[in-house]
Write a protein that binds this ligand. Structure first.
Ligand SMILES: NC(=O)c1ccc[n+]([C@@H]2O[C@H](COP(=O)([O-])OP(=O)(O)OC[C@H]3O[C@@H](n4cnc5c(N)ncnc54)[C@H](OP(=O)(O)O)[C@@H]3O)[C@@H](O)[C@H]2O)c1
Length: 341
């Protein structure tokens, strides 16, 4: 079998991390890169990644032209969180018969907020014998797929609670800014109004995916408003100082309601100075389960990993629109990638 040919669509922070990981892998090669950023278009991917190595892959802003020649098996897409924005980017890729794996949060379980677009993607995938998948660390794994896997050992599940607490100070600076670290409360509220701060995207998708796996017919999903986490003492990362009383980050919660009771509750917190970083899953059921990963899984490394590790599973999948709950368990691809296809 020839090497698996991959095209990158979106060479930002995550796309670049994915590219660096792909370059270390055997049995897979990057044969194209797409981006709209004028500072990237026309440049060699190696230069953009700072590898000091010419890779012979020039960043293009013309996805159709590139795909018509690339003979690719997979497009790895990482541009935006919302399916309305992403749909016009990924839908035309189907006709090239190439599989699409995206970090788009809403694509992880598009039936939650964009059921019409989900149906269109299903149809396109089936028509052109390719598969769409949205995945990542969260949504895509920690607050949904891992939870679903843990319920596999339960005889009975009454309710589920998932907490993810991250010290934003150990993450890249754009992420620290994205959670509002260093702002005054007034600035934070203004940025919330203008949607410069949106909070975490994915809680509805994670709840939708868990409920679907358990065949729970939820009355509704309630996503609470994003709340600032106010620093109770001065805290700092290498790049941002937060004064006592200013915003260190944010917290967002959501619940899935069934018969007016919260049966799935998710709590996401990301702020500078978090004393303990962890991912915890508590299942009230038979047997009861309390699983805690401490420190919490590093999102950027893990997102790149799960995207790359899902390549063979997506290549082997039934055409259409896949979600993580439908695919076989994804493992690390530590050997030549072709061994997993
Ligand atoms: N599911 C998960 O767990 C997970 C984890 C990490 C990230 N994500 C999501 O993945 C997405 C990418 O993250 P990131 O940190 O890499 O963002 P980023 O640094 O902003 O990179 C996105 C890149 O895509 C480019 N782009 C935007 N629209 C495009 C289009 N229509 N066609 C081609 N290129 C386009 C951007 O160019 P411009 O800068 O010129 O717009 C930028 O170069 C975000 O939505 C993020 O929330 C999800």
């Amino acid at each position: 079998m020839e090497k698996i040919r991959v095209v990158l669509y979106g060479v930002g922070a995550i796309g670049s991390t994915i590219a660096r990981l792909l370059l270390q892998k055997e049995g897979v090669e990057i044969v194209g890169a797409i981006d709209v950023d004028k500072n990237k278009v026309g440049k060699d991917l190696g230069e953009l990644l700072g590898t000091n190595k010419h890779l012979g892959v020039t960043v293009s802003d013309d996805s159709r032209k590139l795909l018509s020649k690339a003979c690719a098996s997979v497009v790895i897409h990482a541009t935006s969180s919302y399916l309305k924005d992403v749909y016009p980017q990924i839908a035309p890729l189907a006709e090239y018969g190439v599989n699409v794996i995206s970090t788009c949060e809403e694509l992880s379980y598009p039936y939650a907020t964009e059921p019409e677009l989900a149906k269109k993607l299903e149809k396109l995938g089936t028509k052109y014998a390719m598969t769409f998948l949205g995945t990542g660390i969260n949504p895509g794994f920690l607050m949904d797929t891992l939870v679903i896997a843990l319920t596999g050992v339960c005889q009975k599940v009454d309710s589920i609670k998932v907490d993810r607490v991250m010290n934003a100070g150990t993450r890249r600076v754009p992420f620290q800014k994205k959670v509002g670290a260093g702002l005054t409360l007034k600035e934070f509220k203004e940025k919330m109004k203008t949607k410069a701060i949106t909070g975490h995207v994915g809680l509805e998708q994670s709840i939708g995916m868990i409920a679907s796996a358990l065949r729970w017919d939820l009355d509704k999903i309630i996503v609470e408003q994003v709340e600032p986490v106010v620093a109770t003492r001065a805290v700092a990362s290498e790049a941002i100082r937060v004064k006592k009383g200013d915003v260190a980050g944010l917290r967002q919660t959501a619940k899935g309601m069934m018969k007016r009771k919260p049966v799935i509750a998710l709590d996401f917190q990301a702020f500078i100075g978090a004393k303990e970083e962890y991912d915890a899953i508590t299942i009230d059921g038979v047997p009861p389960i309390h699983e805690k990963i401490s420190p919490c899984v590093h999102g950027d490394y893990a997102t790149a990993a799960i995207i790359v590790n899902s390549i063979p599973k997506v290549m082997n999948a039934t055409p259409g629109l896949a979600t993580m709950k439908d695919l076989p368990v994804i493992s690390a691809t530590v050997e030549d990638m072709r061994k997993y296809v």
